[in-house]
Write a protein that binds this ligand. Structure first.
Ligand code: GDG
Length: 461
């Protein structure tokens, strides 16, 4: 079997997966089976930057190879074009996007530098899998240097419809660079279609039913490869002593309590402000929930340096203060907001102890929290998932209560339906959801993607 080389912006952690987020867990899983190389940024900023040495670390059969970047590369690539330009545009927030030629140059430069450092490390029969919006153009630089191994790309965030994508200055160059990959994978059918539609409308591309896109002398495979979780392991986490302890912390509070849980990085795509307003509306419109239903929001901060994120945090604290000031009682607090991150076992225990999982992003590639919540439920007395129609997860998890996160009344009504839902209906919906979460798990994701990528190698041979 050919060696797998994974490229992503952040590399690891491999050992402390108890703390890792979805992407790292997924990559470790894909690499652990047959071993391979994981190449990317070390997380360090140094004056030598990408010209410094390649750092090596072995973790079982996985070799972690990383390089530093310098401050200017960090500012223009990661904190610049990636998070201030591509992230908002790909999440349909043109109003927040920042356009600056210098950031764009930094982006191309970092993509070229990473490709240049990776190229000499490659072997002839490697299979290369590049991840996410940080490296849209990395494959094309590898090709110009002479790499002819199969190279696949997976986008973890949404791909916007052409009407939005074309607002990005010089979008043509980025889109054309993506044609260097043999397989381009998206989270949902909707994203894959948006990408295909761009090439059909702007370049007259031809496309077959099984997703072969022919344009500008290249034929590539475009498809949906919905990411999932390691369902069995996460379910086991939810039954662990640590999970139990976490669940009991809720149960020791007085009265007949019902908990609604949200877990998200603080980010404007996650619809947190809208969610808090919806919860306030729930207490206003359905007063029977006062002294009864509480929202627990776990919201570890991220990308603190960006103004947009600081503002959200302040706004959330303000709404929490208002709602708690208006409704709370001596022994009941409507909203609890914690920005302290939890270990995965504790998180699983919290999910299991909460009657409602509230996942209401205004736009999200997939959203693994929705799948984790389902995986952690008891089959005898399962909770209810309330899910935004704009999460990629809604494409398959249609047995959830689907809401429009922009419509505060609709979301409040969705939570109310979940709170009062009879046991039979809860079980019925949960069974449907769980079977989807199990079917589209992490292993299905990487084996389908790598299967498609390896198939292109066989065709070329
Ligand atoms: C991107 C796309 C796509 C959160 N708080 C804690 C914690 N988490 C974990 C969750 C989950 C992960 O972080 C978040 O994953 P999401 O999928 O919700 O979102 P993004 O970080 O935005 O990820 C997204 C994903 O890539 C994968 O392709 O689904 O659409 O935006 O696993 O549990 N984990 C721990 N403590 C916390 O406090 N341990």
């Amino acid at each position: 079997m050919s060696r797998l080389v994974v490229v992503s912006n952040r590399v690891g952690p491999v050992r402390e997966t108890a703390k890792a987020g979805g992407l790292a867990v997924a990559i470790v899983d894909a690499l652990r089976t047959d071993g391979g190389v994981w190449f990317g940024w070390s997380g360090d900023i140094s004056p030598e930057g990408t010209h410094g040495p390649v750092k090596r670390e072995e973790a079982g059969r996985i070799s972690l190879l990383t390089i530093d970047i310098d401050q200017a590369a960090y500012d223009t690539h990661y904190a610049g074009f990636c998070n201030r330009t591509l992230w908002p545009i790909f999440h349909y927030r043109l109003d927040l996007a920042h356009f600056d030629r210098e950031l764009e140059r930094g982006y191309w430069n970092v993509n070229n530098r990473f490709a240049t450092r990776l190229f000499p490390l490659l072997e002839d029969d490697d299979v290369i899998w590049v991840h996410d919006y940080h490296f849209l153009a990395l494959g094309s630089k590898l090709r110009t240097m002479g790499a002819n191994q199969p190279i696949g790309f997976f986008l973890h965030i949404p791909f916007p419809v052409p009407e939005v994508f074309t607002a990005l200055p010089n979008h043509e160059a980025l889109a054309r660079a993506m044609l260097a990959y043999d397989v381009v994978g998206f989270q949902t059918r909707r994203d894959a279609n948006a990408f295909i539609r761009f090439f059909v409308e702007e370049y007259g591309a031809q496309v077959t039913e099984d997703g072969l896109l022919t344009v500008q002398g290249r034929t590539i495979k475009v498809g949906a490869f919905p990411i999932g979780i390691d369902t069995d392991t996460f379910r086991q986490f939810s039954l662990s002593p640590e999970a139990n302890r976490q669940g009991k912390r809720l149960k020791t509070l007085p009265g007949d309590r019902c908990y609604v849980i949200g877990v998200d990085r603080i980010d404007y795509t996650k619809g947190l402000v809208e969610r808090f307003r919806a919860f306030s509306k729930l207490l206003e419109n359905y007063p029977e929930n006062r002294n009864h239903v509480s929202l627990i929001q776990v919201a570890p901060t991220s990308r603190d340096e960006l103004d947009a994120y600081i503002e959200i945090r302040q706004e959330l604290e303000q709404i929490t203060g208002n709602v708690n000031g208006r409704f709370s009682d001596l022994d009941w607090t409507p909203i609890r907001l914690t920005t302290r991150p939890l270990r995965r076992r504790s998180l699983a225990g919290l999910y299991r102890a909460c009657r409602v999982g509230l996942v209401t992003p205004v736009r999200d590639g997939m959203n693994l929290v929705a799948k984790e919540y389902v995986a952690a439920q008891s089959e005898v007395d399962p909770g209810v998932l309330v899910l935004s129609r704009f999460a990629g997860a809604a494409e398959s998890l249609d047995a959830a209560i689907i809401v429009n996160p922009y419509d505060v009344e609709d979301t409040a009504e969705g939570i109310q339906r979940a709170v009062i839902m009879p046991l039979d209906e809860r079980r019925d919906r949960w069974r449907q959801l769980f079977s989807k979460v199990q079917g589209e798990d992490i292993e299905a994701w990487y084996s389908n993607f790598l299967g498609a990528l390896r198939a292109t190698a066989r065709k070329a041979a």
